[in-house]
Design a protein around this ligand. Sequence first.
Ligand SMILES: NC(=O)c1ccc[n+]([C@@H]2O[C@H](COP(=O)([O-])OP(=O)(O)OC[C@H]3O[C@@H](n4cnc5c(N)ncnc54)[C@H](OP(=O)(O)O)[C@@H]3O)[C@@H](O)[C@H]2O)c1
Length: 375
Amino acid sequence: MLSGKSILITGGTGSFGRAFIRTILDKYQHINRLVVYSRDELKQFEMRQTFTESELPKLRFFIGDVRDKERLKRAMERVDIVVHAAALKQVPACEYNPFEAVKTNVIGAQNVIEAAIDQGVKKVVALSTDKAAAPINLYGATKLTSDKLFVSANNFKGKSEIKFSVVRYGNVMGSRGSVIPLFLKKRNERVLPITDERMTRFNITLNEGVELVLFALAHMWGGEIFVPKIPSYRLVDVARAIAPGCELKFIGIRPGEKLHEEMITATDALSTLEFEKYFVILPSTRLWDVDRYMEVFNGKRCSNGFSYSSKTNTDWLTVEQLRHLIREHVDPDFKVEETSVSDEKKRSLKIKGPDENPKEILAVSESGGQDSKPV
Ligand SMILES: NC(=O)c1ccc[n+]([C@@H]2O[C@H](COP(=O)([O-])OP(=O)(O)OC[C@H]3O[C@@H](n4cnc5c(N)ncnc54)[C@H](OP(=O)(O)O)[C@@H]3O)[C@@H](O)[C@H]2O)c1
């Protein structure tokens, strides 16, 4: 599928971009050219050091901003495929710098679309997030707008053969600023801050995200939002997995956060197809026959009242599975440490939370008969 092709990845120095490029170099020996497009020269310099002499001739490093359409056009010369991963993605940063979030995530998306059409690119896949489904924060709202721009782009591409699709998924395990690195760091302090006992999230590994984008590139008809079937976890289980001896301090849900994430809302589900390992939210303007699409990929319509939420998911990660995944994808040296909190303290300790109401600190204990010895 990628033999002889040139691929540009915006945000190529980010977590996804680096994993994507590594996978392509390892799996597709006959790739023509891989173009990394991002702003920071240091990240590009450091990334360059990770490749072998034989890999470097296939790589190009373009300094550029997705806000700059002319630069994108230059970078996309003779490019066949674009993967759009560049984004501002920290929820608080987007709330605090709203115009910057709009410029990068929305205007940047428009620029990628227009440059790709102008340069005769054949396929574009843009990365989205569960936070774009029924968004409550600006990050999610800008990504939803971006999704809509990419889906709609299929309608105004003119005679060009280009196809645009979107891939939407949840928390990437161990990504920068996420809960697992935070808990791993905080466990030495013996108290883990948790927003809410009920909180759940979807989980995907970086490699699964890369494979999903490759799958979309191979199968897209244009206008789909691909949503993978992935497991959920409870935040308290992540704490149990990482530090069974630590206390949990419930700090309350933060502005812009949801208790549970959704990838397909009940309304989206009305125009969503289900396949064995994924869903496809259909574009509202169809350029192809949906019945034929279902037949080709062996899909069916979602059942009445369906929505895909991290709360109602049927697939859950256990504490043991979380530990295994942390070792495999975040920290190969990860070990569970002995508990240091006395049972007496676990039962009785209370503290004041930020709102000055007494908040209970619950010690996290192993459930399901597992012990808390180092493993
Ligand atoms: N990580 C997750 O948990 C997660 C979950 C769901 C979806 N996603 C989506 O996946 C995509 C990739 O995320 P990631 O985790 O790889 O992010 P990341 O590690 O923060 O990387 C972001 C990349 O975008 C580049 N970038 C940022 N602003 C740019 C701009 N204006 N112009 C050009 N490049 C720019 C950054 O490099 P410079 O700073 O050098 O420009 C960097 O290469 C994003 O679209 C995100 O919304 C992520």
